[in-house]
Every structure is written in C-alpha cells, then in structure tokens.
Ligand binder design. Structure first.
Ligand code: 13P
Ligand code: SF4
Length: 376
C-alpha cells in the first residue's frame, strides 16, 4: 500500500515540480517504509484488507448521491466525538460544515486545545501532521492523503540537515508549511500570522535560518530589518500571480484595495495595500471602509470574505495562466464526499514515529507559547 501511495505521490509531484523536489518524494518513500517498520502494527494488511481504501491514499467508495452529506457528517461528528478543522482554502461546502475555519495559527491552536477524540483535518498533509504532533493520543484523519504542499516539498529533510550543519551558529525558524521531519530540525515554528513577532522576540545579534518560504522570509526581513539566511522554497499557488494582470485589474477598478498574502513574490507584494495571513486579510476586509478588494491569495478565502461582508466586492487576483482565479490543487483534493468517507471509515489516518513527533512538538509548542505571551 505505502509503496503504491508514495510512488503515486512522486508521479503527482513530478508533473508540477522540479527534480530536487522529486528526490524529496522518493526520500519520503524510504521514511515511510522505515516508519512502517518502526510501528509495531501491520499497516500494510490493515489498509490492504480494507476494500474501500485505494492504493493512492484516498477512499474510493462510491457515495450515494441522494445522501444528505451535511446531515450525515453532523451525525458522525456526534457519534465519534469528532471535530472538523478547515483551512480557508477549502471548498465552500467544507468550510460550511466545519467546526472551526482558520489560518494555520488558528488551526494549530484549536488542535492543541480541542477535547474531541477525533480531528478531521480539512486541509493539507502538513496541517494534519501538525495536529497529530500536538495530539498524539487522538485520531487525526485527512480526507485525501495526497493533499500535499509544494512549499513543504521544496524542503527535503536531508538537504535541510546539510544546510543547518553548514551554519551551526544559526537558530532555525521554520514556517509551519513544512513536513514533520523539518519541524523536528527546527527551533521555533512560525506562521504568517506571527513570523514577524517571533523573529523580533529573539536578540538582535541572533543569527537565523528561515525556512522553507523565501518570499515570506524576505518580507519578514524587510519588516524587521533583520538579516536571515533563507531557504530557497516557495508556494506554487502564490508565486504564480501576475503583476501585470493585477495592474490591469486595478485600472478597471481604481477604487479597489489590493490584499496579498506574504507568500506572494515581491513584485506582487509591492502593489499591495495590505499584506497579511489569511485571517489578517479577512479581518482587514471586514474593518476597511473600502468596498472593493483584489485578493492575491488562494481563492477559497473569498467565501468567508463574502459571508462576512455581503455588500462588498471581492475580486480574485489572476494568475499567470488562462484561469481567472487561483486554486491550490492540493487543498482542492478534499471534497465533502471524502470528508464523509474519512469520518465513516476513520482512514486515511495520520501516524508519526515518536522520534520525529517529540522534537517537532517542541518547536511548535515554542511558537504557541510565544504567540500566547503576545496575545496572538
Ligand atoms: P496561512 O494559513 O498562515 O495564512 O497560510 C496560507 C497557506 O498557504 C496555507 O497553506
Ligand atoms: Fe502549500 Fe501553497 Fe497550497 Fe498552501 S497554497 S497548501 S503553501 S501549495
């Protein structure tokens, strides 16, 4: 099962990413295989004996189209004492059935404090992994195990270990959009909501490695005036926005304010009236006196923006291709049907070896502690 799944993921990555990143997926194959050996459970037979679980990490069971999935999911929530945590980039239907919708910081804070027995993570793999790192005794399920992240994949653990070794006097801050193996090699995790404050909480002469997002890292350097060693990673969704198309949109809507996520490239951030995490962009759109916004982040956030301010106009910033808006192909692998199936079947489940989970938890807890002290 695992070999099939990871080689499928490798093919999936190969379509979208460069050679360095493919080697990471292959590296994940060996990690996963040794991880299975480490676990004293026969996961191979567990998944193979389940006829509803395909070899690509997602339940392939057909869902009766006449089933009211909202009712069924709510029933399963009660029956299994489950909570659904959804990122703003999920489909509108998933956001509407979720118990909590948020950005990466809010989602990790919710995961850390929930009394639920099962966490259904409607997001991507590194997010569900973060929930499992914080809640080792809870069952954490992800609707589609193939929901990866180009940014997380741009930082292979072996290359990152060599980078750290070459800069031993540096403290490591990693954006939460990274794998558990990178979190285990990190001193403090951050998100786009708290990266500036976390960097500023360190002594001015502290040397810092910032990974994996070079765009967020460069923006934090500009905001804090600190120099940092940046890992060369980026998000395929945020680096594809077209500066020229945004400029043309602004000519057609001169009254619009441009909102951008710090994962965008510098040439796009230069155009922005406000830069922030998804939660910060949502709050800004609510409190701003402006009525029209061009939004340069994944288009899923527009659902909550329109719900919170039904009389305002939100225009998705166009990417550098034929599409009008910009979806994350990983986030959008999750569907309401898959949310229902993963709750019903309790797979795909996130599992982690303790030798990775324990150091990874330390770096996330440091972030949660600093954020709590700062009231974030
Ligand atoms: P935030 O949730 O921190 O805004 O990050 C956006 C993102 O790209 C998540 O994958
Ligand atoms: Fe990863 Fe970018 Fe998708 Fe977020 S939007 S999950 S950073 S690929």
């Amino acid at each position: 099962y695992t070999v099939n799944f990871v080689s499928t993921k490798t093919r999936f990555n190969r379509k979208q990413q460069n050679g360095k990143q493919n080697s990471h997926s292959i590296n994940r194959l060996s990690i996963t295989v040794s991880f299975l050996k480490y676990l004293n459970k026969d996961l191979y037979s567990m998944y193979n004996s389940n006829p509803d679980f395909s070899s690509v990490g997602v339940s392939e069971q057909k869902v009766d189209p006449s089933l009211n999935l909202f009712e069924e999911i709510n029933r399963l929530k009660k029956e299994k004492n489950a909570i659904i945590l959804a990122h703003y980039y999920q489909d509108a239907d998933i956001q509407d059935i979720a118990d909590f919708i948020g950005d990466s910081l809010g989602l990790s804070q919710q995961a850390a404090s929930t009394p639920a027995s099962m966490i259904v993570f409607a997001g991507v793999h590194f997010m569900a992994e973060t929930a499992k790192i914080l809640c080792p005794d809870k069952k954490v399920v992800l609707p589609d195990l193939r929901a990866g992240c180009s940014l997380a994949d741009s930082c292979p653990p072996d290359r990152f270990a060599a980078f750290r070794k070459a800069n031993p006097d540096h403290l490591v801050i990693s954006y939460i959009n990274c794998t558990a193996e990178i979190k285990a090699q990190t001193d403090i995790i951050c998100t786009s909501s708290n990266a500036i404050q976390i960097v500023e909480s360190l002594p001015k002469d502290q040397k810092i490695i910032f990974a994996p997002d070079k765009n967020l890292g460069r923006w934090v350097m500009q905001k804090t005036g600190r120099d940092m060693l940046l890992w060369d990673g980026s998000c395929m969704v945020h680096e594809i926005f077209s500066r020229e198309k945004i400029q043309r949109l602004k000519i057609r809507h001169p009254e619009a304010l441009i909102l951008a996520h710090p994962e965008c490239e510098e040439s796009v951030l230069e155009l922005a009236d406000f830069i922030g995490s998804t939660t910060a962009l949502l709050k800004y759109s609510q409190s701003s006196k402006s009525n029209t916004f061009i939004v340069a982040t994944e288009s899923g956030i527009l659902h909550q923006m329109a719900k919170a301010s039904p009389n305002k106009t939100f225009i998705p910033a166009p990417p550098n291709n034929q599409c009008a808006c910009n979806d994350c192909p990983h986030m959008k692998l999750n569907t309401l049907e898959k949310v229902y199936l993963c709750m019903k079947n309790e797979i795909p489940e996130i599992l982690l070896p303790e030798e990775i989970r324990i150091p990874a938890e330390k770096s996330i807890r440091r972030m949660l502690q600093i954020s709590a002290e700062l009231g974030l």
